[in-house]
Design a binder for this molecule. Structure first.
Ligand code: AMP
Ligand code: GLY
Length: 425
């Protein structure tokens, strides 16, 4: 089979790595990909959102299967266009992907189908929004309705923060069109986890749980980022709570989308929180999580291409998971999540680290200058290890990271700490 993967980050590198292990696959293309994947796949210079060019490429190159990484492709209808052209593709249609592209749409569906989530109100008018938060008080969560590359959520702990978030979104248009409407929701407290599943209509095949660390620095302090690391499994979430999240969040949303006439096919992502009042939904994504993919796929024993082929053919897939636990740590350019001050500069030791046995490196924002890896984005690469326990996996990653010079990059040393503390109890 000839497989096309759409996207350019660590998630797509992990997809390439996993797809390359399939006995059915002869060739892998990535649009646009990155230098780190180019040993395993042919990178082609087509953007994720250039739908017509992607369709033309898939036809010309007789691609047998396309797998979509990012929401940006889904929200412009890449799946609809491939299906209309008779090309096999795995991902939700534009209508189904709206559960990620519009937070209001997602919240309205959750309300309609009784999917547990934070209470909310929607505003387009600054004064009305401000009057509302005067009645609710803080903490309060303010979300831009549309896609904002993970930057459109403000958990405001002071009234000033809430006010400036509203000002930025509704008055100063900081997020453009995506921020002309805001969802203001109750601030939930509890343990977050990512619940992803392979979905086709009402058929839901859960993946193992994972958790990402969004804050920049150790101890979950500092600003929010696109993900400084992740791990799987999540032992702090009991089997009872996992079942509840599966039934009331992930399965209920899959059923809701069928009832709405927009069935979901693809990787469905439920961002969940275990609160004192049971599990609640933080958000839905219409795709594989990033960086969750980088640590989940090493635990998948089955052939990913076979799973996708079975789903597309309306058959029951065989999905087996390894008991091994995995941890991935992000090497980030200095300054991230603000402006990266080391763009283009070498990441000393990364080529050396790639030689380590038992360690996977998934590249996101790196560039190969002909001799060495250089910083080419905030999140440069993920270093992933698996082991019998999370503690051992953490130690393996730490040993590998000892080879990296800290001149141009930084990373967190505590990824997985809550789970490891839980396992020690
Ligand atoms: P998102 O960009 O939607 O993934 O949201 C970013 C982060 O904001 C989430 O991972 C949560 O930590 C936090 N968050 C979002 N919604 C809420 C909420 N209703 N209550 C508390 N925290 C939230
Ligand atoms: N890790 C969260 C996301 O993929 O949006």
């Amino acid at each position: 089979m000839r497989v096309l993967i759409i996207g350019r980050g660590g998630r797509e590198h992990a997809l390439v790595w996993k797809v390359a292990q399939s006995k059915h696959v002869s060739d892998i293309f990535v649009a646009p990909g990155n230098d780190g994947m180019s040993k395993m796949a042919t990178c082609i210079d087509i953007a994720e959102t250039a739908v017509e060019q992607l369709v033309a490429f898939a036809k010309e190159q007789t691609i047998d299967l396309t797998i979509v990484g990012p929401e940006s492709s889904l929200s412009v209808g890449v799946v609809d266009a491939f299906e209309a052209a008779g090309l096999a593709i795995f991902g939700p249609t534009q209508a189904a992907a709206k559960i990620e592209a519009s937070k209001q749409y997602a919240k309205d569906l959750m309300a309609k189908y009784n999917i547990p989530t934070a209470t909310y109100e929607v505003f387009t008018d600054y004064e009305a929004a401000l009057a509302y938060i005067e009645t609710t008080g803080v903490p309060i969560v303010i979300k831009a309705d549309g896609l904002a590359a993970g930057k459109g959520v403000v958990v405001a702990t002071t009234f000033d923060q809430a006010q400036s978030a509203l000002q930025a979104m509704l008055v100063d248009d900081a997020f453009g069109e995506a921020g002309t409407r805001v969802v203001i929701e109750e601030c939930l407290v509890g343990e977050e986890f990512s619940f992803m599943a392979f979905v086709r209509g009402t058929d839901v095949y859960p993946m193992v749980l994972s958790q990402d660390h969004k804050r920049a620095y150790d101890g979950d302090s500092g600003p929010n980022t696109g993900g400084m690391g992740a791990y799987s499994d999540v032992p702090q979430i009991s089997e009872v709570d996992r079942q509840q999240a599966l039934e009331t969040i992930v399965k209920r949303m899959a059923h809701a989308l069928v009832s709405e006439g927009t069935p979901f096919t693809g990787f469905l992502y439920g961002g969940c929180m275990l609160t004192n009042n049971g599990v609640k939904t933080i958000e839905f994504n219409a795709r594989f999580g990033d960086p969750e993919t980088e640590i989940i796929l090493p635990r998948l024993k089955s052939d990913l291409v076979e799973i996708i082929q079975s789903l597309l053919a309306n058959q029951t897939p065989i999905i087996e998971w390894s008991e091994a636990q995995s941890i991935g740590v992000c090497i980030a350019g200095k300054g991230y999540p603000g402006d990266v001050t080391t763009m283009g500069m070498p990441i000393g030791g990364l080529t050396d680290l790639e030689q380590c046995d038992d360690i996977q490196v998934f590249h996101a924002g790196t560039k190969w200058d002909g001799h060495q890896w250089c910083v080419n984005g905030g999140r440069a690469a993920y270093v992933v290890a698996s082991a019998d326990t999370l503690l051992e996996a953490q130690q393996k990653v730490a040993q590998a990271l000892d080879r990296i010079e800290q001149k141009t990059v930084f990373w967190r040393n505590d990824i997985g700490y809550k789970a490891i503390a839980h396992q020690k109890k």
